[in-house]
Write a protein that binds this ligand. Structure first.
Ligand code: HEM
Ligand code: HEM
Ligand SMILES: [Fe+2]
Length: 451
């Protein structure tokens, strides 16, 4: 760790991981209800488990992005964070807002718009905190070195804030409501968050492979161009059945198919850099995450996204378990693995030790990733059966659900595997650091640890 203020990232990583743990717990509860429908009915209704699960996800991913930015920015901008105290304050506000929303949900207080259920005042606090974050990091960048990595990262974060503003616009007409709702939900994950993903991956790859910055930057621009070109008009793959004009059906079938391209480019990018790289970085676990993230994102977002994105396919699969399968693997591959990868890379440097607990970390990687993949497969099978029985044969919804029980039990099982993998990772990150001296490797010491 070259710069003292990079350690600002640590509390962000800790809060993010605490919320991730809670997210998995609520996921397990919701999955248990699917398998055993009377589970906890008197204590906590399913929709409260679900809203807690999805909101925790969004909140911890955002806190994770902030932590990654605070960690990366000093090195890229070659100067200390503008104000560490502002960062801590901003984290406290964000965490308080997230916690307040979560507690409120348990009492049934929410605004009922999927993913954007937070009460108005919570949304305001989130906005204030995010603006403080943007100010703090932008000031650091403004006074420091500008690189493709920190510029693309900040562009992604600023655009995320701009689209977030549509969360405040809630028209009464349901069709218009949905139209703008996707400007937050779709344009985040299939637009501007991809800029965050590409730049953080670029950062990890520069650090770990030693490939020239110029090469990484060219790739970055190509990926950003592809993401924005396809993702904006791709939004219309959510406009097929909400009362929007019918031209969205051919238009977005084409453009959302192109959305596969940036995800594919990121896989090629990561592996090409890995093979070209001259440096043998001691943090093998971080390298594994940096390769795994674009790979799983390509399958989750690209392949599983394409599977149901053509309007004549989506006509049948819309809102079935196929969607849930895709949602899980895409979020996991693109954004969960990304942040876990940066944490894996950053923690030894923040703690000023050699890369530690590498084997446990990699076990966590494989157990959790296998669990998520298995969950995706079971939900996909459930979704295909559901689509056929419900949409082709016209059986009624609840009758169909009874036919899917076996898949839901297997999903619960894979969820338990995910939880076990997450436990291993948390211990690997925050538990005692067991030293591993790499064979013939150089010792990383404070001051040179950014290599
Ligand atoms: C990392 C990127 C992505 C993430 C995190 C993501 C996540 C999600 C989630 C959570 C949903 C469900 C939304 C809801 O609650 O209704 C969804 C829906 C959808 N996604 Fe993605 N997605 C990503 C990329 C893609 C890509 C690249 C494609 C197309 C190639 C795609 C195609 C779709 C379609 C067609 C739907 C609507 C499903 C339906 O009609 O029920 N997604 N996505
Ligand atoms: C122990 C692991 C997990 C279990 C058991 C689990 C279970 C569930 C369940 C039961 C739902 C509700 C589905 C519905 O309403 O039909 C759900 C929704 C969701 N979960 Fe998870 N989950 C887990 C982990 C994760 C992780 C790690 C992520 C992020 C990568 C995630 C992202 C989501 C999303 C985005 C939705 C909304 C999906 C949609 O609208 O289609 N979950 N999860
Ligand atoms: Fe989308």
């Amino acid at each position: 760790m070259k710069y003292e203020t990079q350690k600002v990232a640590l509390p962000f990583f800790m809060v993010a991981m605490a919320l991730f743990t809670l997210q998995v717990v609520f996921g397990l509860l919701a999955a248990t209800v699917y398998a055993f429908p009377s589970f906890m009915t008197d204590v906590m209704p399913f929709h409260i488990m679900r809203v807690s699960h999805t909101n925790l996800l969004i909140v911890w991913l955002l806190i994770g992005f902030m932590g990654c930015t605070y960690y990366l920015m000093p090195e890229e901008a070659e100067r200390e964070i503008h104000s560490p105290n502002l960062a801590y304050l901003q984290l406290a506000i964000f965490a308080f807002a997230g916690a307040a929303a979560l507690v409120g949900y348990q009492f049934g207080i929410h605004e009922g718009r999927e993913f954007l259920e937070q009460p108005f005042w919570v949304k305001v606090l989130i906005t204030i905190s995010f603006l403080m974050f943007l100010f703090n990091t932008s000031m650091t960048l403004h006074r420091g070195r500008k690189t493709a990595i920190n510029l693309v990262l900040m562009l992604g974060l600023w655009l995320a804030a701009v689209f977030w503003l549509f969360a405040f616009y809630n028209p009464t007409n349901l069709a218009v409501d949905k139209l703008y709702w996707w400007w937050v939900v779709h344009l985040w994950v299939e637009g501007v968050w991809e800029l965050i993903m590409a730049s953080l991956l670029g950062y990890l790859l520069i650090k770990m492979t030693g490939v020239d910055r110029e090469v990484i930057e060219k790739w970055l621009y190509i990926i950003v161009g592809l993401a924005l070109f396809s993702g904006l008009l791709g939004t219309g793959h959510h406009y097929y059945w909400i009362g929007a004009p019918s031209y969205w059906q051919p238009l977005s079938s084409v453009f959302s198919t192109l959305e596969v391209a940036p995800f594919f480019a990121m896989v090629v990018f990561a592996f090409t850099m890995f093979w070209k790289g001259s440096r043998n970085h001691p943090n093998k676990a971080a390298m594994l995450w940096a390769l795994g993230c674009p790979t799983i994102a390509f399958f989750g977002a690209g392949v599983w996204g394409f599977m149901h994105t053509l309007s004549f396919v989506n006509y049948y699969t819309h809102g079935t378990q196929v969607t849930a399968a895709h949602g899980h693997l895409a979020f996991y591959g693109a954004y969960v693995m990304l942040i876990l990868g940066v944490i894996t890379y950053a923690m030894p440097q923040i703690r000023r030790v050699q890369p530690y607990n590498q084997v446990l970390n990699m076990w966590g990687f494989w157990v959790m990733t296998s669990g998520m993949c298995f969950m995706t497969f079971t939900l996909t099978f459930a979704g295909v059966v559901q689509t056929h029985l419900q949409r082709v044969l016209g059986m009624n919804y609840m009758e169909v659900q009874l036919q899917l029980e076996l898949f839901y039990i297997m999903r619960l099982g894979s969820g338990i595997a995910v939880a076990v993998g997450a436990g291993m990772l948390l211990y690997a990150f925050f538990g005692p650091a067991r030293e591993q001296v790499p064979a013939g490797g150089t010792q990383i010491t404070a001051g040179t640890g950014s290599a």
